[in-house]
Design a protein around this ligand. Sequence first.
Ligand code: GDP
Ligand code: MN
Length: 382
Amino acid sequence: MDLLEHQGKQLFGRHGLAVSDGKAVTTVEDAVAAANEIGYPVVVKAQVLIGGRGKAGGVKLAADEAEAREHATNILGLDIKGHIVRTVWIEAASDIATEYYAAVLLDRGAKKPLVMFSSEGGIEIETVAEETPEKLVRDNVDPLEGLTREHALDIAKRGGADEDVIEGVADALLALYEVWIEEDCSLAEINPLIVTPDRQVKALDAKVTLDDNAMFRHKENAELGDSANADPIELKAHEQDVIYVKLDGDIGIMGNGAGLVMSTLDVVAQYDGKPANFLDAGGGSDAAKVTQAIELILSNPAVKAVLLNIFGGITRCDEVAKGLVEAFAQLKPTVPFVVRLDGTNDVEGRKILEDAALPNVHAAKTMDGAAELVVKLAKENA
Ligand code: GDP
Ligand code: MN
């Protein structure tokens, strides 16, 4: 789960990283009130899950109430690369002497945390990595030992931190590493990590991704994330414990098991079809779960045909067939379905479908045949 900047800063604050005080608001009036309360100058910052907000006009300094009002008015509702701004974060403006970069992430290749630091902050770190890689320190950390103070000081020095803030940068790296470990992040990044004229080290931005698989350990973080901008079908799927990702095509897809769904998407694409979603109903789905999953697929109005590709193992094909019959009774779909049932109780499953004689439901024997047929039906129904 990706966090908005102000949510990331909230986590930073919990672990002793210096951040500015501020307030998240959704209306111009609240923005002005927050700015008055914090005291000028303030920064008005768009809260969207995309970088480069500054360049897009989503980060503005305000010296007084009139400017705060003007910037809040312009930024709320602004479209930044397809992300509509619904929340702005108002914080006390900082004076900047220098901008650095710091991050902790998972290095999958090394199977270890990776700490990165550079004195070339404020700009895109990809540019630094490409043009002046010697200015970006990238060090793996032994996960059992953790980041030691000695190592953090060494990273700060090699990354080019000013002599008088090496201690402060090391403290920030240690705090960021603690955030990454204790909050179960897959990414914790600060760009820029600033040095103020009075030589304080402070996080001016926050990019944090939490590991969804560890959310059960962090009930306090469950409310975070950008639910205001989430896809409503994805939200509902999440509540129902169904793995659903919206895509932009017109063929609804359901399978059981991530691998099978992935290959189904591939085969559909091979026949020139465009999947409308990824939906993994999971192993052992009963009829009720199948009915729910079909409801999710059909709630996307772009769907012109549906492919159910089930390989029965723990999942029983007769349960899937019952779920489909129930879905038809409840939802009366108007789009064609192609159903491929193979594996545990497939004969029983196909018999249930045959007996129910559902309108516009086509049985397919193979995955290839199913994909070819569903693409053809979607085109006819487009
Ligand atoms: P991003 O563009 O999405 O990465 O947003 P940032 O939060 O990194 O802000 C972009 C830039 O705005 C920063 O690199 C700073 O140069 C500037 N900025 C943000 N906050 C402040 C502030 O409090 N004071 C000053 N002077 N500049 C700021
Ligand atoms: Mn930034």
